[in-house]
Design a protein around this ligand. Structure first.
Ligand code: PMM
Length: 278
């Protein structure tokens, strides 16, 4: 899954693709590098970010989604809002990636159910202005799993079928760096949910801290990609279904290596089925 943030303020690529044509060009480049799906988001969730108005979010994502779908892309919309999910699906998006797992706007679950779209429920506790204060756990892996079970139950209750669901532990969302590492150490434990797992390390700040220089300054965002590829490689070995990344080619190379080592052929799945968690 290639990340395409059409926001002025996302931490890694904010402002780069705010213009529709620039966004479409970048999306096509990610597809050429081997992305199966493009995840288009119009709201930055970086720690402390303020929310855009609904109209703003719609005007950012809908033209980019239509433009890329017209050019044959399979598109996911990264939104917590029912109204945006509905407009995105109407514009041709296939999948809804909700970082709040239906907590921010519970109506999103009904919209997804009505349209029969695949849905990714990410672990989330609070909006970006409050999430740092919610990063307290006794056992982060158990609690993230338990809270995801509740989100899955809500999705099923709203009518989304089990074979349309995937989950994501939400690296960096109401989690400290140590929480993220613990989740990565024990990723297999999420298998108890019985659902495909999506993972997005996408150059987040825990990688910047790990790679800090001798002066303690975090490694620059643009220079965290090798660490990101290492995570993708390890995650692929544990059977993660989907990796959400900014640099597609390097991740695809890593996945090809993993497939080779595991004695499998690397075959990107077919365009119709490739974003179907089932
Ligand atoms: N991270 C971000 C945005 N959307 N969606 C899912 N499913 N999982 C994530 O970890 C996730 C997400 C924020 O990171 P970005 O700035 O790289 O988009």
């Amino acid at each position: 899954m290639g990340v395409l943030n059409v926001t002025p303020d996302s931490f890694s690529d904010g402002g780069l693709y705010a213009d529709v044509e620039a966004a479409i060009t970048h999306g096509l480049a990610l597809l050429a590098q081997g992305a199966d799906v493009l995840d288009i988001g119009g709201e930055s969730t970086r720690p402390g970010a303020t929310r855009p108005l609904v109209a703003e979010e719609l005007s950012r994502v809908v033209p980019v989604i239509s433009g890329l779908v017209e050019r044959g892309a399979v598109v996911s919309v990264d939104t917590m809002r029912a109204q945006v999910a509905d407009a995105a699906l109407a514009a041709g998006a296939t999948l809804v990636n909700d970082v709040s797992g239906g907590l921010a706007d519970p109506e999103i679950l009904g919209v997804v159910a009505d349209r029969g779209a695949p849905y990714v429920a990410m672990h989330w506790r609070a909006h970006a202005t409050e999430m740092a204060g919610r990063a307290t756990y006794d056992d982060v892996v158990r609690e993230v799993g338990d809270e995801l079970v509740l989100r899955v139950q809500a999705a099923l209750g709203a009518g989304i079928s089990a074979d349309r669901l995937a989950v994501d532990p939400g690296l960096g969302f109401a989690k400290t760096a140590e929480h993220n590492w613990e989740l990565l150490r024990r990723l297999e434990e999420l298998e108890r949910l019985g659902l495909p797992v999506l993972l997005g390390a996408s150059r987040k700040s825990f990688l910047g801290s790990l790679l800090a220089g001798p002066d303690g300054a975090p490694r620059d965002v643009a220079d965290r990609e090798d660490a990101n590829v290492a995570i993708s490689t390890l995650a692929a070995r544990t059977g993660v279904w989907c990796l959400r990344v900014h640099e597609v080619r390097r991740t695809v190379d890593a996945l090809r290596v993993v497939a080779q080592v595991e004695g499998r052929e690397f075959v990107p799945s077919d365009p119709a089925g490739r974003v179907d968690p089932a």
